[in-house]
Design a protein around this ligand. Structure first.
Ligand code: PLP
Length: 394
């Protein structure tokens, strides 16, 4: 059985979550907008899902909008706040290491006359709150900074960031918490965010379901027109089973968080220590402020894509930088922003553990990953392929 070390890309759907969803895919199939008993049963489940997610975020049910995933939650937050705030200003501040669901969305928003300011990050991928403060002008309407990075796992100093934004009247703070959600407590009051994005498939919920927390009183414009669902903020018949699944998965993730985080840290540190014994390897991202299960490394003089393919043949599934960019030869924008030159960034590998990762799997990975990395050095590869045995590195 292959070992799955790509939980930052997606996680398996949890059995209990599937069980919670099944009734709404079968007998309780009603449309929540229907007035009859079928519709009312679906409506009750949907309302409850809002409440359950809200409780875990220290929010209110009406502040949650279910979406088709993290990408849509980010799109709704950014475009919704931009269009709604146009009369007040046109400047939006973000970071250079956001997921494309934020970065590309803002590039699109820019075409409509908005000014997008991308803050640089340090070697660990962190934004400097003082630079944020300096970037906010009277024309700024929105700041969007992710909580945890999907490629290197760095957690942003979000309390300081929120304090800066809160001190500027009329500026909204959106936080993409899609990667952070299973591992970091998302109390929206403590976080000080106006909008927070979640995606169910990162915490053993179904794919294609997400949620956007929108603080009560925050004005955003809906991005799709049609019915009045989700309090006029997201038209379209609701994915009741998906919403129930997200709520069930998030509750379980929150309840088990302390023990999951402790175990993942131990497993990840063991794997990191073993891999770092291989010459030319380094861990990227912040040494302490990072997601517990994410191990992002650079192995110099290797090609991350070839290493990941070799690991796959050896039964270990992991990813090159971000799964979303797999297949493209582009170097990760995150590592570039962190100051890594292209030739180093090409040797980037992301191993991401999850709640279901076992100690036995980590023991196997500790044996396989260093061996594959050692054999994949560009120099040693050339020597092995050298038919004349001259060992001329290419
Ligand atoms: C930080 C971050 N934001 C947004 C997304 C997009 O979420 P989804 O896959 O649910 O659309 C991802 C997915 O990898 C992510 O890691």
């Amino acid at each position: 059985m292959a070992i799955y070390l790509d939980h930052a890309a997606t996680t398996p759907l949890r059995r209990e979550v599937l069980d919670a969803m099944l009734p709404y895919l079968t007998d309780a199939f009603g449309n929540p907008s229907s007035a009859h008993s079928f519709g009312r049963a679906a409506r009750a489940a949907l309302d409850e899902a809002h409440e359950r997610v809200a409780t875990r975020l220290n929010a209110q049910g009406r502040e949650i909008v279910f979406t088709s995933g993290g990408t849509e939650a980010n799109n709704l937050a950014l475009k919704g706040a931009a269009w709604a705030g146009k009369a007040h200003g046109h400047r939006i501040v973000t970071s250079a290491v956001e997921h494309h669901a934020v970065g590309h969305t803002l590039r699109y928003v820019e075409k409509f006359g908005f000014e997008i300011v991308e803050l640089p990050v340090d070697r660990y991928g962190r934004v400097d709150p003082e630079q944020l403060e300096a970037a906010i002008t009277d024309r700024t309407i929105l700041v969007s900074i992710m909580l945890a990075n999907n490629e290197v796992g760095t957690i942003q100093p979000i309390a300081e960031i929120a304090a800066v934004v809160r001190s500027r009247k009329g500026v909204l703070l959106h936080v993409d918490a899609v990667q952070a959600a299973p591992y970091v407590d998302l109390d929206v009051e403590a976080l000080g965010a106006d909008m927070v994005s979640l995606g169910a498939h990162k915490f053993e919920g179904p794919k294609g379901v997400g949620a956007l927390y929108i603080r009560h009183g925050t004005h955003i414009l809906a991005q799709q027109q049609g019915g009045t669902q989700e309090r006029h903020r997201r038209a379209g018949t609701e994915n009741v089973a998906g919403a129930v699944g997200l709520a069930a998965a998030y509750e379980l993730a929150c309840a088990e968080r302390p023990e999951t985080v402790a175990r993942l840290r131990r497993q990840r540190d063991k794997l990191a220590k073993t891999i770092l014994a291989t010459p030319g390897t380094e861990v990227t991202g912040h040494p302490k402020q990072r997601l517990p299960g994410l191990l992002s490394i650079i192995a110099r003089d290797t090609d991350g894509t070839s290493v990941a393919m070799s690991l796959d043949l050896e039964g270990i599934a992991c990813s090159v930088g971000s799964a979303c960019t797999t297949g493209s030869t582009e170097v990760s924008h995150v590592l570039t922003a962190m100051g890594y030159p292209d030739e180093e960034a090409r040797g980037a590998l992301r191993l991401s553990l999850g709640r279901t990762t076992t100690d036995a799997e980590i023991a196997t990975a500790c044996e396989v990953v260093p061996r594959v990395l050692g054999s994949m050095r560009l120099g040693s590869f050339a020597v092995a392929a050298d038919p004349l045995g001259q060992g001329v590195p290419v």
